[in-house]
Design a protein around this ligand. Structure first.
Ligand SMILES: Cc1ncc(COP(=O)(O)O)c(C=O)c1O
Length: 399
């Protein structure tokens, strides 16, 4: 058995180390310790324990659920059901099985489970972007640009070219061509990724436009990333497979904790080699997770039981938009999926799988009542454009 001294002298002979006397090592074993009293340990146990249920008043979960059914601010507020959690606790296969399934249905080689959509987008971009200077071209309303805390600059050292779509709905090939950067002029940081979002504010990106942008991007060596947090809605509304919808993209982030109603999770999908690199960056970001089976089980439940609920959500959104238009509300952005409209000063109304139909009816009748009261009090809806925006605030007519 070689001793450490022996190994040390062998290594020294190889010339890696100057031979030196080894520092002496003291092994501390069975050091006598002061006896800790049972009372002291019991006190620590007492301090650390926490019964979270003790703080939950009777019936408060039911109350919370009924509030969620009547809340229109976001589709991220849904609460996991007992059925979802029961299913998840029975799952003996975990995240690897989920990743394999997601890769298969998205038509990509590999998938990587992430804690959030922001993490999935940012790691997705970081994995494409190796050496600044470069830019990411995206819609000026894109989540990666507006709502990810400046992550593209922070994580990837990337500048962003935010482009306002000329048609007010989605970027076109012309929009892209007018803003993309390539070629030898050193004054400009080249576009290395075009990042699209589908749905964006609940609107569906026309697939033929995506294909045109993708063919152009690839012809210039530019990568295509999709923030597909709500791509599920596009599949549910158009009947197109995820594979077809995502084919033009090199990488895609899909979310489970929005329209699908799972408590946590997103997946980044793409080529095998790309996902292998993304896995390392996920670790670097501190996003490596353990024992995620209960999360993957919840996602599996959501894919099977909640995805089929999306057409009902879209139908409710259409009904809401139609009723608001009948009342005279200005619709700024059409209800193509789950986000009904932007109205009354630009607020948006978001519907989700736990929205109750009676809540939608109540919202419609509330707005109808307010509109009627305003009309009676002499307010009119102006037709004017203010600073290029349609003024949606009703004003009292001067007498
Ligand atoms: C389109 C889109 N992308 C990404 C995200 C980020 O997801 P997360 O909140 O899980 O980070 C959101 C969040 O709502 C989103 O709406």
């Amino acid at each position: 058995m070689p001793t450490s001294q022996h190994i040390y002298s062998c290594v020294s002979k190889l010339g890696f180390l100057e031979p030196q006397p080894l520092p002496s090592i003291h092994i501390v074993a069975n050091m006598p310790q002061a006896k800790v009293s049972d009372a002291a340990i019991a006190q620590v146990v007492e301090e650390i324990k926490f019964d979270i249920l003790a703080g939950v008043p009777e019936g408060s979960n039911d109350l919370k659920r009924s509030q969620i059914a009547r809340t229109f601010i976001s589709d991220t507020i849904t609460a996991p059901t007992k059925e979802m959690f029961t299913y998840a606790t029975m799952a003996s296969l975990g995240t690897t099985a989920l990743e394999t399934h997601i890769a298969k249905i998205t038509g990509k080689e590999a998938a990587l489970f992430m804690a959030s959509g922001t993490m999935s987008n940012q790691i997705g971009l970081r994995t494409h972007l190796m050496q600044p200077p470069y830019t990411i071209l995206c819609d000026n309303r894109a989540h990666i640009f507006k709502y990810e805390a400046g992550g593209a600059g922070f994580h990837s050292g990337a500048a962003v070219t935010p482009v306002a779509p000329k048609n007010g709905h989605h970027l076109t090939l012309d929009d892209v061509k007018n803003n993309v950067v390539y070629g030898p002029d050193v004054h400009f940081a080249p576009t290395e990724v075009i990042a699209l979002e589908n749905t964006l504010n609940g609107t569906i990106f026309p697939q033929d436009e995506i294909i045109a942008i993708s063919e152009f991007a690839h012809s210039k060596g530019i990568k295509m990333h999709l923030d597909g947090a709500r791509i599920w809605h596009v599949a549910a509304e158009t009947g197109k497979s995820l594979k077809e919808l995502l084919e033009p993209f090199d990488s895609v982030s899909v979310c489970f904790s929005k329209g699908l109603g799972a408590p946590i999770g997103s997946c980044l999908v793409g080529p095998k080699e790309y996902i292998t690199r993304a896995r390392r960056i996920r670790k670097l970001f501190g996003g490596g997770m353990r024992q995620t089976g209960i999360l993957s089980g919840s996602v599996a439940y959501a894919l099977t039981h909640n995805f089929p609920l999306l057409p009902r959500v879209h139908a409710l959104a259409h009904k809401l938009q139609k009723s608001l238009e009948d009342i005279g509300v200005t619709i700024l952005s059409p209800a193509e999926t789950c986000m009904a409209t932007s109205f009354l000063g630009g607020s948006r109304v978001v519907l989700h799988i736990q929205t109750s139909e009676s809540a939608v009816d109540d919202l419609i009748s509330l707005i109808a009542t307010i509109a009627e009261e305003k009309r009676k009090a002499g307010f009119v809806k102006p037709e004017v454009q203010v600073n290029g925006h349609r003024d949606v605030y009703v004003r009292r007519v001067a007498h």
